[in-house]
Design a protein around this ligand. Sequence first.
Ligand code: NOJ
Length: 516
Amino acid sequence: MSTKKQPAWLEDAVFYEIYPQSFNDTNADGIGDIPGITEKLDYIRELGCTAIWINPCFDSPFGDAGYDVSDYYKVAPRYGTNEDLRRLFEEAHRRGMHILLDLVPGHTSVEHPWFRESLRAEKNAYTDRYIWTDSIWEEPAGYGSLRGISDRDGSCVVNFFSHQPALNYGFYKPERPWQQSMDSEGALATREEMKNVMRFWLSMGCDGFRVDMAGSLVKNDDNAKGTILLWQDIRRFLDEEFPDAAMVAEWGEPDKSLQGGFHMDFLLHFGPSHYNDLFRCENPYFAGNGDASEFVAKYIESYEKSERKGLICIPSGNHDMDRLARAVHGDKRKIAFAFLLSMPGAPFIYYGDEIGMRYVEGLTSVEGGYSRTGSRSPMQWDKSVNAGFSTAPKTMLYTKQDESADRPDAASQMSDENSLRSEIKRLIAVRKTHRALQSRGEIEFVYVGKSAYPLSYVRTCDNEKILVILNPSDSEAAFPCDLSLGECIYRFGGRISANAGMVTIPANSACYVEIK
Ligand code: NOJ
């Protein structure tokens, strides 16, 4: 497998994901901005996070929260200017931090000038920038399409929402006359333009990209063979021009994305991963009465397929799914983080999850969020007006905030040793000082029962071996274990005991123990 050597800083990186709309508003328009992120870098660093992923911050009509780009080269004015972003890169680097932008290579907004040009009946430089059938009466089988909106005769393939036309990277196996090959002029021009976009931001100081829907670029490509080839070509370009750029795929199949030259992939909350069994189903494992066994089985399958490279990033949540705090309550969240921060791959903490921000129920969709909107509410910084997010009138805020009297906030949690945030800070510090717990340390599961507690695994790197034991259930739990246990390097809740080949852990406890 042709995995690129990864930038050294990725080894022990802990990421913080920022949904820019809702993080910190410095110009009182009710929407977060880039200077607002810069202002909070110390907050993120203090937590222990060393890297940031920012959701798309480019010009857009915001029909899908910015995943509908209308200018890849320009920061959306509501977030500030390209200069503001350059300053953010500089300020992050000054603190030893790194920033990934969100690259959305698969589709644009219908307002993108490329798309406007491609609508025209006369052939022009953008005619083949998107995927069009050659007659309005032919719909592209297997794909959604935009139809009847142009003088051009044809239907245009869409990728996600029907206002997101798919860029043309070609078909692995063209089957219809309008399906261009991967090496057709139009498909190659799109690819080269996307390299230019990457070049532009990397030259400005960005440290890499989280890539949206990275596995979906080439069409009619069942085993992603074409898409892998495409990313390998981009890998060559990066190796030559930006060898330190970090690439993290939203793909969910590390055996494929790593072949394509990505450094890491995400565990997805859709598809076969069983990730939701842990945090987001009727009885999530970390809520204390669930089953982690199918998750572990899938995890091992994907781990083995990617040659045991620990590069599957597990997020605490993201802008596409329910907040962790919706189904996992109280101190059980601390145990969920003891899991997230001891798994291979770089952990990603979604803004606000470090203080247990809640999913805001009952919101009307904002910017194509639909049910995702409740996880995108403005950050709660302190107990001042609008929880310190913005000085705009409440009605102007991006979405309603959690209005409960006991809503969590960052300032209160920073001054409380027993808060979720303080626990996460301790966990990150432990991860930082133990290579076995970091991205590349190997993992071996020790105890995973069907609907059983605890969950236990060993992380290994060189001579260091650490046993992790997690019991988010309300009962004491035991499992057979004849490992020779050493010092406990992290503990939440009660103490474990080892006796006659059994290890017992009290209810609602987590612990990391060195193995001798
Ligand atoms: C995945 C992104 O995370 C999501 O927010 C977006 O709506 C789709 N891709 C489409 O770009």
